[in-house]
Write a protein that binds this ligand. Structure first.
Ligand code: TXD
Length: 323
């Protein structure tokens, strides 16, 4: 369903900062779905140009005519409708989570400033971990209205829950709609009452112990892939999840999706980015839907928010010179 107000489709441009696994797979998805031209930027010279050339050489076979440009120069990202930031470093042996947060926070703050300088009206989508904190810092660095800045995680976490529900019941994932709120990580908040199979809540179809097992697997979804792959983490489903957000905004689809959104009192939370159902359209986050939560669900969301808030404060302290 595309709205007539869709961002001019033929000239749409998305810049992807970070041409690693998620960034390059996302570039492929965007181009092959014919959503926009793509500029892929990385600090490692050669990598984005190589990926872009490889993707361009697939165009004749894939049957699209989108430009994919690889670059190390932010000037090439000018006038993007959307900027996606996937840039960051993976955790290295001996590196603490705090070291990683400091490194990635600096990378993302710099990337945000450079990208916004060349695309002052772009919508910003953050992917780099730790997701909810990084989104907050990028928003601070961007100086943009909060509804134009958002983080991708809830769609991925929900897609994992959807997958495990579908596998358990032996039904198509297309018939499963799952909802996961909260921060991206151990404290995510899967909501079985709001997860359905063709409209039927899963609480009617599965017993409590089975649902708990699927929730545990969802919480552990990223780690399960890392454990199997040994080097690097998941990127196909993360790229698909990010692409869904981009599609919803470029085509002004008004899709209701779990997105790390800025809250100003919704769910009793203030001044924080955290995963909640949000309506995405051409201006970014058009509204946040406040679900009716049970006491336990609300408590889980608040403890998730508490941990994000602590990390936000820590990160702001680390970056107080530059933010
Ligand atoms: O749900 C989610 N939000 C996530 C998040 C799902 C999957 C991946 N998640 C996080 O995204 C992951 O923990 C990382 O923080 C990012 C990117 O993951 P990816 O798997 O793509 O990592 P890579 O392959 O290491 O790619 C990162 C790229 C790499 O090419 C670096 O050279 C580049 O980022 N990089 C930079 N680009 C531009 N500018 C700077 N400063 C920079 N520093 C590194």
């Amino acid at each position: 369903m595309n709205s007539p107000d869709a961002i001019a489709h033929a000239s749409a441009r998305v810049s992807v900062i970070g041409a690693g696994n998620v960034g390059s797979t996302l570039a492929q998805r965007i181009a092959e779905k014919n959503l926009a031209d793509v500029v892929l930027l990385d600090v490692v010279a050669g990598r984005p140009q190589g990926v872009a050339l490889d993707l361009m050489e697939a165009r004749g076979i894939e049957g699209h005519n989108r430009q994919i440009i690889g670059t190390v120069d932010y000037a090439d990202t000018a006038d993007s409708n959307i900027v996606v930031i996937t840039a960051g470093l993976p955790r290295k042996p001996g590196m603490s989570r705090d070291d990683l947060m400091r490194t990635n926070a600096n990378i993302v703050v710099e990337a945000t400033r450079m990208a916004i300088a060349h695309s002052p009206n772009a919508l910003l989508v953050l992917v780099t971990n730790p997701l909810d904190v990084i989104t907050y810092l990028s928003w601070k660095a961007s100086g943009r209205p909060a509804h134009q800045v958002m983080g991708m995680a809830g769609i991925l976490d929900s897609a994992r829950f959807q997958t495990f529900i579908a596998l358990e019941l032996g039904v198509s994932p297309a018939d499963v709609s799952a909802m996961v709120l909260g921060s991206h990580g151990d404290l995510m908040v899967p909501l079985p009452r709001y997860s359905t199979v063709s409209g039927i809540p899963i609480t009617e179809l599965l017993d409590a112990a089975t649902i708990e097992r699927l929730i545990e697997r969802t919480r552990n979804g990223g780690a399960e892939v890392v454990e199997l792959m040994q080097t690097g983490g998941a990127y196909y489903a993360p790229a698909s999840s990010t692409c869904r957000m981009i599609e919803a905004m470029l085509l002004n689809q008004s899709r209701l999706l779990p997105v790390a959104s800025y809250l100003q009192g919704e769910y009793g939370l203030q001044d924080i980015f955290i995963g909640v159902p949000a309506r995405l359209g051409k201006s970014g986050i058009e509204s946040v839907l406040e679900l009716d939560l049970t006491d336990a669900e609300r408590e889980a969301l608040h403890s998730s928010a508490k941990s994000v808030r602590q990390k936000n404060a820590q990160a702001l302290e680390m970056l107080k010179e530059s933010l």
